[in-house]
Design a protein around this ligand. Structure first.
Ligand code: ATP
Ligand code: MG
Length: 331
């Protein structure tokens, strides 16, 4: 069975709609077909959240609840915690020996994180190398991610090819799999919705939260009156309707798009429809989360056992890597 490895940074205790359409939905869809490893990337979270105000433990538990609430099955999926997988950081160091510094300097995610005011640390530069090791340690074939992470998966491919050419075929070459909506914009209409960007609708938001956020959402700044023809293309309200509406919602969405572009329906009416669509999507997720919230020991056990399993895989790969490089003298 081919393998998936993908993951999330515990920078918040909940996922948002962007995480869902960018990556989580594919994980749910593929959990029967692939041996899936899902990583909670606490070391990656620390690259931007190393001050002590971030409650990593709470966030890790929150993300676990998030996985279970969207229907990822712990019988099929291995959930694991990055900092507990001894071996990965050692693989990362070995990969860094093969990495050109200029490649790390050019990564787009780095510029973005520095622009957001993060400290210019080696940890931030090293991010793609550690992510490549996360992917290569369990020998993953497929990596479901949002578009913002595509360059990192491509880096992992390049470094795996380089390693294999130098030392023999140890790693399968991983492929990125981008979600149906590669980048979901935020409620502020800016670039991407992000856990740490204050523009997200979270899977844990209450119906009232969703209503408040949607009603104050960015729509079309060129439209001043209801009778002005509005823009549907690029309008986050319609992007969300397309992403989260069911087949039954489609005719109404199409109708609203037409009326909106002719200036025959107001933002408020369309937004009210979106509130309904989103709450219908979130209701079963909220219910399942509430069930698991009552079982903290079970949730911790799932993560602990998964981490142990992932550690064994990483150790196996590390040994192969060392053998291939002939640095296994004392093992
Ligand atoms: P942070 O702002 O702390 O980096 P994040 O929202 O970017 O948080 P990550 O944990 O970095 O979340 O990413 C988890 C997964 O969700 C990745 O596969 C990423 O590509 C995807 N993703 C994140 N935001 C979006 C988005 N707006 N649209 C589509 N995919 C997204
Ligand atoms: Mg991110």
């Amino acid at each position: 069975m081919k393998r998936i490895l993908t993951g999330d940074r515990p920078t918040n205790e909940s996922f948002h709609l962007g995480n869902y359409v960018g990556s989580l939905a594919n994980r749910v869809k593929l959990q029967d077909e692939y041996d899936s490893y899902i990583l909670i990337a606490d070391l990656h979270a620390l690259t931007t959240h190393f001050d002590k105000t971030t409650d990593l433990e709470k966030n890790i538990r929150g993300l676990m609840l998030g996985y279970l609430s969207i229907g990822l099955d712990p019988e099929k999926v291995t959930f694991c915690l990055q900092s507990g997988i001894n071996g990965t950081t050692e693989i990362a160091y070995i990969l860094s020996i093969l990495t050109q510094r200029s490649v790390l300097e050019r990564q787009p995610a780095l510029k973005e994180k520095l622009d957001q005011g993060n400290q210019d640390t080696l940890g931030l530069y090293y991010y793609p190398v550690l992510m490549a090791a996360d992917i290569l340690a369990p020998k993953a074939n497929l990596v479901p991610v949002g578009k913002d992470q595509k360059a990192h998966v491509e880096f992992a491919r390049d470094i795996a090819i380089k390693f294999n050419n130098l030392y023999g075929n140890v790693f399968p070459i991983p492929e990125p799999l981008i979600g149906e909506i590669p980048t979901l914009p935020g409620t502020d209409g800016q670039g991407k919705m992000g856990k740490s960007l204050n523009n997200a609708i979270f899977l844990t938001d209450t119906p009232e939260d969703v209503e408040k956020k949607v009603m104050s959402m960015y729509t079309d700044p060129t439209r001043l009156k209801v009778t002005d023809p509005g823009h549907v293309e690029g309008n986050p309200v319609f992007i969300y309707l397309d992403a989260f509406g069911t087949d039954d919602d489609k005719p109404q969405t199409t109708n609203y798009k037409l009326l909106y572009s002719k200036g025959q329906v107001g933002d408020v009416e369309v937004k009210k429809f979106l509130v309904k669509v989103l709450n219908n999507f979130l209701d079963p997720i909220r219910k399942r989360r509430a069930e698991y919230e009552n079982k903290p020991e079970l949730v911790d056990k799932i993560l602990k056992e998964g981490t142990e399993k992932a550690r064994i895989e990483a150790q196996k790969t590390l040994l192969e890597v060392k053998k291939a490089m002939k640095i296994d003298y004392f093992i």
